[in-house]
Design a protein around this ligand. Structure first.
Ligand code: MSP
Length: 524
């Protein structure tokens, strides 16, 4: 039977600077979902990349005095290096300066032209470069600041190519009313509905080359005379960037690949760019009669000391430094556990240290360490025989392991990653309680090795299951648990149904206790 496919994407960060914590968060969430889907047996295409055109990037290069292409080439490596350190298991990395992407953008434009949805008009309004966004005067308020980032906007008055977006208003409204579950969370969906009902306009999709040269040129030679603008134009950066979701998988050059993967199952984006994805992107797809994504999910934003991250205010944290100090999985765990997906969160090293010490070092680290130490001491490091007799407490542990496992999978499915981890920690705490209450040391002392073996087998098996359940979120530690349990295979070589059963760990295998999984850190 063919595997079910799952196509997941992240937003493409602008490469005007090095990656920050917000970018890392989005990639870690997407990676967790991708790993979970693979464990379910899906064939996964996980796409990320970089958004390299536009005014913002052009200005950043100009400020550094470096040619733009050279500037983006060097920054892209910073993203790729960080994703490697964070164990981001992407399938494909697309740069919007690549040929395949340019082909996709040109194809989309040609189709829109053929549909009669492109016209030349005059754009008069305001532009925010940090947001790469057009705003009508009515949205600016008295002080003429960008309604999104509150920074000054610039007046734009130029001839432009327009996409007749407003023509699709009713089609969009009907679609969203019919399939509300495709835009999540609900509060953001309602904002979009309000916006489209009241404020949807046609979209300017070009910038004149004398205002912006760093972009994909509009192929005007191939256009009918009516559409030959007087000036040279490049595509508006959002028209360019959104197209990555289809250009990466073959749109305009590899029909078979494209048919296989489209539509996307999940576009994971930050709340600030939900509008671009659910309105502009949806309508572009409607216009060219492509299927719409199954889900666009907006995650929240991380702040620092309650404020938006900002380099000028020194409110930034470098993910690389956090990895150096706390380790990859501590950072992954903290970001995933601290806030339910969709909500905002405040980042602090204090909060990270607290979770690291109590949940990773104490709860999980101790459970593993004490179990392995006892296995060494009582059974020379060899996994004891599977239980013959069992008590009520044993049965409770087995039942908890299996029922919690199902709940955790269900929660990952619903993108409730924080809640999934919370459940796993219930099992971990129950495991510690099981050891305390079963007190294997008393049986060892009195020579009842059968019962002692019984208890240790149960807890070693529970640890094997815990490894599987934390794998999507903290894969490196999960595999280290398996390794220390004496299992040679990697978790990702299996699917959940193959390994989420009770009684699989092999008696007689030798455990490999290492240094503590999560060393405690000093709290500030
Ligand atoms: N280039 C566009 C996206 C184009 S997608 C076709 C862009 N880039 S960005 O670099 O500004 O943001 C990339 C992603 O990072 C977005 O989803 C954004 O919401 C997310 N984040 C940026 N700062 C963030 C936080 N402080 N916290 C969480 N995520 C944040 O938008």
């Amino acid at each position: 039977m063919a595997k079910e496919k799952f196509y997941i994407t992240t937003a493409l960060p602008y490469v005007n600077d090095v990656p920050h914590l917000g970018h890392a968060y989005e990639l870690i969430v997407a990676d967790t979902i991708a790993r979970h889907k693979r464990m379910k047996g899906h064939e996964v295409y996980f796409l990320t990349g970089t958004d390299e055109h536009g005014k913002k990037v052009e200005l950043a290069a100009l400020n550094k005095g470096i040619p733009v292409k050279e500037f983006v080439d060097s920054l892209v490596n910073k993203f790729i290096e960080l994703w490697k350190r964070l164990n981001i298991s992407y399938t494909d990395f697309i740069r919007t300066t690549e040929k395949r992407h340019i082909k996709g953008v040109e194809t989309l434009f040609e189709k829109l032209v053929a549909k009669g949805d492109i016209y030349i008009g005059k754009y008069e309004g305001w532009y925010c470069t940090p947001c790469e966004s057009f705003f009508p005067e009515t949205q600016l308020g008295d002080n003429y600041l960008c309604p999104n980032c509150k920074r000054p906007v610039e007046k734009v008055c130029e001839e432009s190519y327009f996409f007749a977006m407003s023509k699709y208003k009713d089609q969009w409204l009907n679609f969203v009313k019919q399939y509300p579950e495709r835009l999540q969370p609900e509060t953001r969906r309602n904002e979009m509905l309000k916006f489209v009902e009241k404020e949807l306009r046609d979209l300017s999709i070009s910038r004149s080359k004398n205002k912006l040269s760093w972009g994909i040129p509009i192929p005007k030679d191939t256009l009918e005379p009516r559409l030959r603008a007087s000036n040279e134009y490049v595509f508006y950066v959002w028209f360019d960037a959104l197209t990555n979701y289809i250009s990466a998988i073959g749109y305009g050059y590899d029909e078979e690949k494209f048919r296989k993967w489209w539509p996307a199952d999940l576009h994971l984006v930050g709340k600030d760019i939900f509008k671009f994805h659910t309105i502009i992107w949806f309508i572009l797809l409607m216009a060219v009669e492509l299927e719409l994504p199954k889900l666009v999910f907006a995650h929240g934003w991380w702040t620092i000391r309650g404020e938006k991250m900002s380099k000028s205010k020194q409110l930034v944290v470098d993910p690389n430094q956090l990895i150096n100090k706390y380790g990859v999985d501590s950072l992954r765990y903290f970001l995933l556990r601290e806030i339910p997906l969709g909500e905002d969160g405040n980042f602090s090293e204090e909060a990270l240290s607290i979770r690291l010490n109590s949940e990773l070092a104490n709860d999980l680290g101790n459970l593993l360490y004490r179990t392995l130490s006892m296995t060494e001491k009582y059974f020379n490091g060899s996994i004891p025989n599977k239980a013959q007799i069992s008590t009520g407490l044993d049965e409770q542990l087995i039942n908890q392991s299996l029922t919690l496992a199902n709940e955790v999978i269900q929660l990952y499915d619903e993108l409730k990653i924080s809640q999934a981890l919370e459940r796993v920690w219930n099992l971990i705490r129950f495991g510690n309680k099981y050891i305390d209450e079963s007190a294997p040391w008393t049986f060892y002392k009195t020579g009842n090795l059968k019962r002692c073996a019984n208890i240790l087998y149960n807890i070693l098996e529970t640890l094997r299951i815990i490894g599987i359940l934390i794998y999507p979120a903290i894969p490196e530690s999960a595999n280290r648990i398996w390794y220390e349990l004496g299992i040679d295979a990697k978790i990702e070589n299996y699917t959940y149904p193959e390994i989420l059963r009770w009684g699989i760990i092999k008696s007689g295998n030798t455990i490999r206790r290492g240094v503590p999984l999560f060393p405690r850190v000093g709290q500030k």
